[in-house]
Design a protein around this ligand. Sequence first.
Ligand code: GLA
Length: 407
Amino acid sequence: MKKLTIIVVCLMAFLPLRAQKWEKIGDRPQMGWSTWNKFAGNINEEVIRTMADAMVESGLSEVGYQYINIDDCWHGKRDADGFIQPDAKKFPAGMKALADYVHSKGLKLGIYSDCGTATCAGMPGSLGHEYQDALQYARWGVDYLKEDWCNTQDVNAVGAYRLMSEALRAAGRPIFLSMCEWGGNKPWRWARDIGHSWRIGPDIWCNFDSTRVHPGFTDIGVMQCIRLNENLRTYAGPGHWNDPDMLEVGNGMTVNEDRAHFTMWCMMASPLILGNDIRNMSQATKDIIMNREMIDIDQDEMGVQGLHYNNDQGLEFWFKPLRNGDWAMTILNATKEPINYELNWQHFNLTDTEVSKQSTNFDTKVYKVRNLWSHKDEGKTTTKDKTWRKLTVPARDVVSYRLIAQP
Ligand code: GLA
């Protein structure tokens, strides 16, 4: 009996260490839109409402985009009891009314805070107010919290995010926790049971392949995000995703660069948080962000982050195992010149030893080849050791296939 009591007490002691985060949300990488990349601090309730309208009217919600996320600069002051209030000029009707509106459209509302004393834009942070802030968000009907890392001085990252995770749990409303710690404390090593996604690096900017240095911080391009993320695939999976930052599709890169950017985020099972003005989009932008077949690669139920298998003749070859033995295969040309390539499937007999244990077996298996950007079937793979097709990968672009396993 004594032994049993000891065992039960020991088990109970460990219980709070496990599963403190809200579960059964974030089983697929989150999809939505955020204010930050396009609007920075120039936001108000009208912007949010019209984005929610556009999310539905454009058809974005139908292909899976769900969250309307308010980033930095929505804050007013704390009230006499310490509860945070929105800026009354920007959000005169208040957050509850805004959440109701977003919900009435079948969408979900996201909000933003910071583990430190102030957000990156100098708004009130959550330090010392975690339970109160979580309660306030829950009362408003918020569904998603992005928690930033500015002004944290000597705050312990594991403790800070764990605290917010527990506060969200205690507040009683399932809220997705998007951790934005930029990778300095390697959150992929410890955040699996704390948040649903974690940023793996600095902020993206609308550029394909270069960094932009500011005093005290640096923004990185699409290729720099990919380089940081490609080594972290073993840490991602359903409910806990690596986040290489929000999308810049439609914000000024070329169509080729935008297509490569979106494809690679899908190959890496990344969160798909749009950062453009979705009220006003070119057809080219719509064709990219609403490509259902590509979104399906991102959202695949296995939740495996793609593998950068090898490089050949200036091209990168990426593989992502999918449900039912399918694979996504992307050939990325990150250079500024188009590259011709003779594709022989026998050069890609590989096993994903790190995560899925799935093998391509091109020497014995035949796949139907579906081009994910032309939306055309391109025949079948061949088990013969010879060129299957001569192709050209345009500069800063991709050729991307779904390889459909044949019975
Ligand atoms: C940080 C984050 C960005 C954005 C800004 C807001 O830089 O990494 O994604 O939220 O703060 O100030």
